[in-house]
Design a protein around this ligand. Sequence first.
Ligand SMILES: [Zn+2]
Length: 183
Amino acid sequence: MVEIGGKIPPIIDVDTFNNVQSHFTKRPPGAYTAKETYFLSGLVHCGECGAIMSGSKVTSRGNKYSYYRCDKQQRNNSCGNARIKNEDIEAVVFDYIKQQFSDENIPLLTESINRAIAESSKEATQELTVFQNQKKELTKKIYNLVSAIDETGLNPLIKEKLAAFRKLKIKLSKCHSYTFTAI
Ligand SMILES: [Zn+2]
């Protein structure tokens, strides 16, 4: 039985405990231990044929190992490129990513992100200006029509036009608010 600090009641017997422990200790490095996550699946390409490489498990002498393999090799063995242990390739890629986020690179990355944001804001602002001008133009037309009604009375043609302009103005206002949301 196993007790922790003598206060917690025994929960598993020694044999079970040792059995579970041996599963963790006897596996050689790189052996498959749990459900594997292949972070680079589909992101790395084979240097020989250019096909995508995906994660796969290989059993060797009773141990399971995780590799990245060329899809062509996996499918029909038409590529002779060697498989790569997932921990080897992931270590290289993660190191590279870490370097990209180094103290010197962070200001550069921030600058390029800010530039991209500014660019998209500029486009949104330009779009907004177009909407605002169209709305101003429509307001003017509606005002002219209302003045015409004042002078000549409301005829069906003017009434129809006024309704169409008002509808368009509402539509534009909606686009306008979408643009604001986008910013
Ligand atoms: Zn290949």
